[in-house]
Design a protein around this ligand. Structure first.
Ligand code: 13P
Ligand code: SF4
Length: 317
Protein backbone atom coordinates (compact mmCIF):
# COMPACT_ATOMS: atom_id res chain seq x y z
CA UNK A 1 0.00 0.00 0.00
CA UNK A 2 1.19 3.50 -0.73
CA UNK A 3 2.31 5.54 2.23
CA UNK A 4 0.87 8.91 3.08
CA UNK A 5 4.10 10.54 1.93
CA UNK A 6 4.03 8.81 -1.46
CA UNK A 7 0.42 9.86 -1.96
CA UNK A 8 1.33 13.44 -1.06
CA UNK A 9 4.19 13.41 -3.60
CA UNK A 10 1.86 12.07 -6.28
CA UNK A 11 -0.69 14.79 -5.48
CA UNK A 12 1.92 17.53 -5.82
CA UNK A 13 3.28 15.98 -9.04
CA UNK A 14 -0.19 15.82 -10.61
CA UNK A 15 -0.97 19.36 -9.50
CA UNK A 16 2.16 20.59 -11.26
CA UNK A 17 1.43 18.53 -14.38
CA UNK A 18 -2.09 20.02 -14.62
CA UNK A 19 -1.11 23.55 -13.58
CA UNK A 20 -3.41 23.27 -10.58
CA UNK A 21 -3.31 24.97 -7.20
CA UNK A 22 -4.72 23.17 -4.14
CA UNK A 23 -6.55 25.36 -1.62
CA UNK A 24 -7.67 23.86 1.70
CA UNK A 25 -9.93 25.26 4.40
CA UNK A 26 -8.74 25.15 8.02
CA UNK A 27 -11.33 22.43 8.81
CA UNK A 28 -9.98 19.93 6.28
CA UNK A 29 -8.34 16.66 7.33
CA UNK A 30 -4.67 17.12 8.39
CA UNK A 31 -3.49 15.01 5.40
CA UNK A 32 -5.24 17.52 3.08
CA UNK A 33 -4.05 20.65 4.89
CA UNK A 34 -0.48 19.34 4.77
CA UNK A 35 -0.46 18.69 1.03
CA UNK A 36 -2.32 21.86 -0.01
CA UNK A 37 -0.43 24.81 -1.53
CA UNK A 38 -2.43 27.19 0.69
CA UNK A 39 -4.64 26.80 3.76
CA UNK A 40 -6.83 29.50 5.25
CA UNK A 41 -10.22 30.83 6.29
CA UNK A 42 -13.01 31.55 3.84
CA UNK A 43 -11.94 35.14 3.17
CA UNK A 44 -8.25 34.35 2.65
CA UNK A 45 -9.10 31.46 0.32
CA UNK A 46 -11.51 33.63 -1.71
CA UNK A 47 -8.81 36.27 -2.09
CA UNK A 48 -6.33 33.62 -3.18
CA UNK A 49 -8.78 32.16 -5.69
CA UNK A 50 -9.17 35.61 -7.23
CA UNK A 51 -5.44 36.09 -7.76
CA UNK A 52 -3.69 32.74 -8.27
CA UNK A 53 -2.16 32.14 -11.67
CA UNK A 54 -2.82 28.41 -12.00
CA UNK A 55 -5.40 27.36 -14.62
CA UNK A 56 -7.17 25.03 -12.21
CA UNK A 57 -8.19 25.50 -8.60
CA UNK A 58 -8.77 22.31 -6.61
CA UNK A 59 -10.89 23.47 -3.69
CA UNK A 60 -10.65 21.26 -0.63
CA UNK A 61 -13.56 22.65 1.29
CA UNK A 62 -17.31 22.66 0.76
CA UNK A 63 -19.54 23.41 -2.22
CA UNK A 64 -20.26 27.11 -1.52
CA UNK A 65 -16.50 27.79 -1.26
CA UNK A 66 -15.82 26.22 -4.66
CA UNK A 67 -18.73 28.23 -6.12
CA UNK A 68 -17.33 31.44 -4.61
CA UNK A 69 -13.94 30.67 -6.18
CA UNK A 70 -15.63 30.11 -9.55
CA UNK A 71 -17.54 33.41 -9.25
CA UNK A 72 -14.28 35.28 -8.54
CA UNK A 73 -12.26 33.43 -11.19
CA UNK A 74 -14.78 32.57 -13.92
CA UNK A 75 -12.10 31.80 -16.50
CA UNK A 76 -10.54 29.10 -14.30
CA UNK A 77 -11.51 25.50 -13.89
CA UNK A 78 -12.65 24.91 -10.28
CA UNK A 79 -12.73 21.35 -8.94
CA UNK A 80 -14.34 20.09 -5.73
CA UNK A 81 -13.01 16.57 -4.97
CA UNK A 82 -16.37 15.50 -3.50
CA UNK A 83 -19.42 17.29 -4.94
CA UNK A 84 -21.54 16.15 -1.98
CA UNK A 85 -19.54 18.28 0.45
CA UNK A 86 -22.36 20.65 1.35
CA UNK A 87 -23.10 22.93 4.30
CA UNK A 88 -26.04 22.73 6.70
CA UNK A 89 -25.93 26.51 7.17
CA UNK A 90 -26.08 27.28 3.44
CA UNK A 91 -29.07 24.91 3.27
CA UNK A 92 -31.12 27.09 5.65
CA UNK A 93 -32.04 29.67 2.98
CA UNK A 94 -33.05 29.64 -0.71
CA UNK A 95 -33.01 32.41 -3.32
CA UNK A 96 -36.83 32.47 -3.16
CA UNK A 97 -36.68 32.98 0.65
CA UNK A 98 -34.43 36.02 0.08
CA UNK A 99 -36.78 37.49 -2.55
CA UNK A 100 -39.76 37.16 -0.19
CA UNK A 101 -37.81 38.66 2.72
CA UNK A 102 -36.61 41.61 0.58
CA UNK A 103 -40.18 42.33 -0.55
CA UNK A 104 -41.12 42.69 3.13
CA UNK A 105 -38.31 45.24 3.68
CA UNK A 106 -38.02 47.48 0.61
CA UNK A 107 -34.86 49.61 0.65
CA UNK A 108 -32.96 47.32 3.05
CA UNK A 109 -29.38 46.32 2.26
CA UNK A 110 -28.97 42.54 2.08
CA UNK A 111 -25.78 41.19 3.67
CA UNK A 112 -25.04 37.51 3.14
CA UNK A 113 -22.51 35.42 4.98
CA UNK A 114 -20.33 33.65 2.41
CA UNK A 115 -21.85 30.32 3.56
CA UNK A 116 -24.67 30.58 0.98
CA UNK A 117 -25.32 29.18 -2.50
CA UNK A 118 -24.45 31.23 -5.59
CA UNK A 119 -28.20 31.61 -6.28
CA UNK A 120 -28.67 33.21 -2.83
CA UNK A 121 -25.62 35.45 -3.29
CA UNK A 122 -27.11 36.70 -6.56
CA UNK A 123 -30.02 38.19 -4.54
CA UNK A 124 -27.77 40.10 -2.13
CA UNK A 125 -25.90 43.43 -2.04
CA UNK A 126 -22.75 42.42 -0.22
CA UNK A 127 -21.22 39.24 1.16
CA UNK A 128 -19.08 38.90 4.27
CA UNK A 129 -17.15 36.24 6.13
CA UNK A 130 -16.67 35.84 9.86
CA UNK A 131 -13.44 37.84 9.65
CA UNK A 132 -14.89 41.00 8.05
CA UNK A 133 -18.62 40.87 8.98
CA UNK A 134 -18.49 43.91 11.29
CA UNK A 135 -16.52 45.99 8.74
CA UNK A 136 -19.03 45.07 6.04
CA UNK A 137 -21.90 46.23 8.30
CA UNK A 138 -20.04 49.49 9.04
CA UNK A 139 -19.73 50.13 5.28
CA UNK A 140 -23.53 50.50 5.07
CA UNK A 141 -25.14 53.89 5.89
CA UNK A 142 -26.31 53.99 9.55
CA UNK A 143 -29.91 54.76 8.68
CA UNK A 144 -30.31 51.97 6.13
CA UNK A 145 -32.08 48.82 7.32
CA UNK A 146 -30.06 45.60 6.95
CA UNK A 147 -31.17 42.05 6.29
CA UNK A 148 -28.42 39.74 7.55
CA UNK A 149 -28.46 36.09 6.49
CA UNK A 150 -28.35 33.18 7.13
CA UNK A 151 -26.55 32.69 10.48
CA UNK A 152 -28.35 33.82 13.64
CA UNK A 153 -25.30 33.61 15.91
CA UNK A 154 -23.01 35.59 13.61
CA UNK A 155 -25.92 38.00 13.12
CA UNK A 156 -26.33 38.49 16.86
CA UNK A 157 -22.56 38.96 17.16
CA UNK A 158 -22.34 41.71 14.50
CA UNK A 159 -25.35 43.46 16.02
CA UNK A 160 -23.56 43.52 19.36
CA UNK A 161 -20.16 44.68 18.10
CA UNK A 162 -21.54 47.36 15.77
CA UNK A 163 -24.26 48.43 18.21
CA UNK A 164 -26.73 48.72 15.33
CA UNK A 165 -30.39 48.07 16.04
CA UNK A 166 -31.72 48.14 12.47
CA UNK A 167 -30.40 44.68 11.52
CA UNK A 168 -32.88 41.85 10.90
CA UNK A 169 -31.32 38.42 11.25
CA UNK A 170 -32.28 35.20 9.44
CA UNK A 171 -32.61 32.35 11.96
CA UNK A 172 -30.29 29.83 10.27
CA UNK A 173 -27.49 27.93 11.97
CA UNK A 174 -24.68 25.50 11.28
CA UNK A 175 -25.38 22.21 13.06
CA UNK A 176 -21.73 21.84 14.11
CA UNK A 177 -21.28 25.31 15.62
CA UNK A 178 -24.79 25.47 17.12
CA UNK A 179 -23.83 22.31 19.04
CA UNK A 180 -21.01 24.19 20.79
CA UNK A 181 -23.50 25.74 23.20
CA UNK A 182 -23.35 28.04 26.19
CA UNK A 183 -23.76 25.23 28.70
CA UNK A 184 -20.74 23.33 27.29
CA UNK A 185 -18.64 26.49 27.22
CA UNK A 186 -19.48 27.49 30.80
CA UNK A 187 -18.60 24.00 32.08
CA UNK A 188 -15.26 23.96 30.25
CA UNK A 189 -14.33 27.46 31.35
CA UNK A 190 -15.21 26.60 34.97
CA UNK A 191 -12.91 23.56 34.89
CA UNK A 192 -10.07 25.47 33.19
CA UNK A 193 -10.08 28.84 34.93
CA UNK A 194 -6.69 29.92 33.56
CA UNK A 195 -7.17 29.04 29.91
CA UNK A 196 -7.76 31.54 27.11
CA UNK A 197 -10.86 30.95 24.98
CA UNK A 198 -11.21 31.48 21.20
CA UNK A 199 -14.79 31.32 19.97
CA UNK A 200 -15.99 31.27 16.36
CA UNK A 201 -18.95 33.66 15.98
CA UNK A 202 -21.09 30.91 14.39
CA UNK A 203 -21.12 29.06 17.72
CA UNK A 204 -24.23 28.73 19.83
CA UNK A 205 -22.02 29.87 22.73
CA UNK A 206 -20.83 33.11 21.09
CA UNK A 207 -23.33 35.07 23.20
CA UNK A 208 -22.41 33.17 26.39
CA UNK A 209 -18.75 33.91 25.75
CA UNK A 210 -19.40 37.63 25.95
CA UNK A 211 -21.76 37.11 28.87
CA UNK A 212 -18.94 35.36 30.73
CA UNK A 213 -16.82 38.45 30.19
CA UNK A 214 -19.65 40.87 30.97
CA UNK A 215 -20.48 39.12 34.23
CA UNK A 216 -16.85 39.18 35.32
CA UNK A 217 -16.59 35.35 35.34
CA UNK A 218 -13.71 35.53 32.84
CA UNK A 219 -11.40 38.52 32.31
CA UNK A 220 -12.00 40.30 29.02
CA UNK A 221 -8.57 39.72 27.55
CA UNK A 222 -8.95 35.93 27.89
CA UNK A 223 -11.97 35.52 25.58
CA UNK A 224 -11.79 36.32 21.89
CA UNK A 225 -14.45 35.91 19.19
CA UNK A 226 -12.53 35.15 15.99
CA UNK A 227 -12.73 33.69 12.49
CA UNK A 228 -10.58 30.62 11.89
CA UNK A 229 -7.88 32.85 10.35
CA UNK A 230 -8.09 35.21 13.33
CA UNK A 231 -7.61 32.24 15.66
CA UNK A 232 -4.38 31.36 13.87
CA UNK A 233 -3.02 34.89 14.16
CA UNK A 234 -3.87 34.97 17.88
CA UNK A 235 -2.38 31.49 18.42
CA UNK A 236 0.94 32.52 16.93
CA UNK A 237 1.19 35.40 19.43
CA UNK A 238 -0.20 33.98 22.68
CA UNK A 239 1.94 32.89 25.62
CA UNK A 240 -1.00 31.19 27.39
CA UNK A 241 -0.43 27.66 28.66
CA UNK A 242 -3.75 26.50 27.32
CA UNK A 243 -6.37 27.79 24.87
CA UNK A 244 -9.89 26.34 24.62
CA UNK A 245 -11.16 26.34 21.05
CA UNK A 246 -14.84 26.69 20.19
CA UNK A 247 -15.10 25.74 16.52
CA UNK A 248 -14.88 22.72 14.22
CA UNK A 249 -12.11 20.41 15.49
CA UNK A 250 -10.13 20.39 12.20
CA UNK A 251 -8.88 23.81 13.32
CA UNK A 252 -6.67 22.26 15.99
CA UNK A 253 -4.18 20.99 13.39
CA UNK A 254 -3.16 24.46 12.16
CA UNK A 255 -3.25 25.92 15.67
CA UNK A 256 -0.85 23.28 16.97
CA UNK A 257 1.43 23.86 13.98
CA UNK A 258 1.41 27.60 14.66
CA UNK A 259 2.46 27.28 18.31
CA UNK A 260 3.95 24.19 19.93
CA UNK A 261 4.31 25.55 23.46
CA UNK A 262 0.62 26.34 24.06
CA UNK A 263 -1.91 23.50 24.40
CA UNK A 264 -5.00 23.85 22.22
CA UNK A 265 -8.09 21.87 23.23
CA UNK A 266 -11.59 21.70 21.78
CA UNK A 267 -14.46 23.05 23.88
CA UNK A 268 -16.55 20.30 22.28
CA UNK A 269 -14.44 17.48 20.84
CA UNK A 270 -17.44 16.09 18.93
CA UNK A 271 -17.79 19.28 16.87
CA UNK A 272 -16.82 17.74 13.56
CA UNK A 273 -18.22 18.78 10.17
CA UNK A 274 -18.77 15.60 8.17
CA UNK A 275 -19.01 17.66 4.98
CA UNK A 276 -15.52 19.05 5.49
CA UNK A 277 -14.20 15.55 6.17
CA UNK A 278 -15.64 14.07 2.95
CA UNK A 279 -12.45 15.00 1.15
CA UNK A 280 -9.48 12.69 1.69
CA UNK A 281 -6.24 12.07 -0.23
CA UNK A 282 -7.81 9.39 -2.43
CA UNK A 283 -10.54 11.78 -3.58
CA UNK A 284 -8.02 14.56 -4.07
CA UNK A 285 -5.90 12.23 -6.22
CA UNK A 286 -8.95 11.22 -8.28
CA UNK A 287 -9.88 14.85 -8.69
CA UNK A 288 -6.44 15.69 -10.10
CA UNK A 289 -6.36 12.61 -12.34
CA UNK A 290 -9.88 12.87 -13.77
CA UNK A 291 -10.81 16.52 -13.37
CA UNK A 292 -13.64 15.71 -10.95
CA UNK A 293 -15.91 17.35 -10.04
CA UNK A 294 -15.99 20.58 -11.99
CA UNK A 295 -18.10 23.30 -10.34
CA UNK A 296 -19.93 25.70 -12.62
CA UNK A 297 -22.19 28.68 -11.96
CA UNK A 298 -24.49 29.88 -14.75
CA UNK A 299 -23.40 33.23 -16.16
CA UNK A 300 -26.46 35.28 -15.06
CA UNK A 301 -26.22 34.07 -11.47
CA UNK A 302 -22.45 34.45 -11.50
CA UNK A 303 -22.54 38.06 -12.72
CA UNK A 304 -25.12 39.10 -10.13
CA UNK A 305 -23.33 37.28 -7.32
CA UNK A 306 -19.90 38.64 -8.35
CA UNK A 307 -20.70 42.26 -7.40
CA UNK A 308 -21.60 41.09 -3.92
CA UNK A 309 -18.58 38.80 -3.53
CA UNK A 310 -16.14 41.38 -4.92
CA UNK A 311 -17.32 43.89 -2.32
CA UNK A 312 -16.65 41.29 0.36
CA UNK A 313 -13.11 40.63 -0.86
CA UNK A 314 -12.35 44.38 -0.88
CA UNK A 315 -13.38 45.00 2.76
CA UNK A 316 -11.39 44.30 5.92
CA UNK A 317 -8.20 42.49 6.56
P1 13P B 1 -14.11 30.92 8.46
O1 13P B 1 -13.00 30.03 8.03
O2 13P B 1 -14.29 32.02 7.50
O3 13P B 1 -13.96 31.40 9.87
O4 13P B 1 -15.47 30.08 8.34
C1 13P B 1 -15.82 29.03 9.11
C2 13P B 1 -16.81 28.10 8.48
O5 13P B 1 -17.71 27.60 9.10
C3 13P B 1 -16.65 27.71 7.13
O6 13P B 1 -17.51 26.69 6.88
FE1 SF4 C 1 -21.13 24.55 6.95
FE2 SF4 C 1 -20.91 24.31 9.55
FE3 SF4 C 1 -19.60 22.62 8.02
FE4 SF4 C 1 -18.82 25.22 8.16
S1 SF4 C 1 -18.75 23.69 9.79
S2 SF4 C 1 -19.07 23.97 6.30
S3 SF4 C 1 -20.80 26.22 8.41
S4 SF4 C 1 -21.82 22.80 8.15
Amino acid sequence: STTRQERAQEIRRLAEEHNAVILAHNYQRPEIQDVAHHTGDSLALSRLAARVEAETIVFCGVHFMAETAKILAPQKKVLLPDPNAGCSLADTITAEDVRVWKAEHPGAAVVAYVNTTAAVKAETDICCTSSNAADVIRSIPEDQEILFLPDQFLGAHVKRVTGRENIHVWMGECHVHAGIDGHTLRERVASEPDAEVYVHPECGCATSALYLVGSGAVPEDRVKVLSTGGMLDAAAKTDAEKVLIATETGMLHQLRNANDTTRFEAVNSRAECHYMKMIDSEKLLDSLRHGTTEITVDSTTSERARRSVERMVAIGR
